[in-house]
Design a protein around this ligand. Sequence first.
Ligand code: SF4
Length: 410
Amino acid sequence: MTFIMHNSLYVHIPFCLKRCVYCDFVSGIYDPQKETAYIKALKQEIVNIPDNVSFETLYIGGGTPTALSTGSLNDLIAHIFEQCKFTIDHEATIEANPGTVDIRKLKAILSSGVNPELPQGYQRLRREASGANRISIGVQSFNDDELKTLGRLHTAEEAEKAGSLAKEAGFKNIGIDLIYGIPGQSVNSWIKTLEKAVQLEPDHISTYELTVESGTLLYDHIEKGRLQGPEEEKIIEMYNHTIDFLTAKGFVHYEISNFSMPGYFCRHNLNYWDRGEYYGAGLGAHSFINGKRSYNTGDLEHYIQSLSKNELPVEGSEVITADKALLETFFLGLRKTEGINLEKLSASYGEDIQKVYEKQIRELQRAGLIETYSSSRGFGTSRVTSSGNNRMRLTRQGILLSNEVFIRFM
Ligand code: SF4
């Protein structure tokens, strides 16, 4: 059989123990009966993934995947590895929330599902490359008041414990997610959260600015004046401090919001920013295959019923035109600190992209928001030169004003 290489598989778990006030993800409150029906439907959807596809990465996200029982997680991960083919060096991430993990569950996650591509008996490799070999912990803050403001279920102590437990269980690739710009948060408090995160020695840290989405409880609180977000200057100070502090601690700033130890970039997310193809399974999950984006229903009952009749739960799709693909390349590629390769882009679109966007590039360069540079030696070792520039990236100021840059290319 000839295998088609698809970079990524995303599997969505739409359950949480409690709804956070800022959340607009596809997720509802955990219920054991719904869990059973959902896992059955999800497994059926996974059976339908063509068997001539080979994946490099898997990402089990949510919601809170670790809200599931240990038995369901075991069952699901084992099923994914039985049904889908993965490359020998696959990366498989599971999102976890503090307060929903114990050592038994973490060890079970790590040992369920073995990539059959691995040589039999190669125990060390088997453990590192089997099941979910990467964990991303939703810490958000190490300050209890801020966690309460966000409506998080866990405490700072539980967050710290989740990090230690992941290490104790044997995870060799651990990420921590943090949020800044929380109402009531001071720059000092953010600095303390970053320091605490680094003390846990994770391999990856994501730092997201809190976004207030309409329709969320947080939006309502802010609208009614019950809460107030930090001022713009404080946000800028927090962001600048984040870059200075984490890079001084040896982390590579490889995407607007993401930092990792060298070699620990999240390959799954890099694939999104590179506009690679991906399959999505689960409630509301998106796929991007053969230039077409499609998405599943976000209605749990409908999802379960469709799959009980073995009908695909796809709700809509869109064929991406060449113009839209180009915009996506700018929008997604400029999120990476290495930016985009203009030569490659021109070759794939059959047009000199630097010429097409000459005016915008010149204006944004003058404003100090982007820079073109020559890169022949790879990530982090490039030189900014005035000639022979084949790459374009955001400057630090451009990162802070990234939306304005993206709008200029639209
Ligand atoms: S844990 Fe994550 S997905 Fe669940 S409610 Fe909170 S923010 Fe949303």
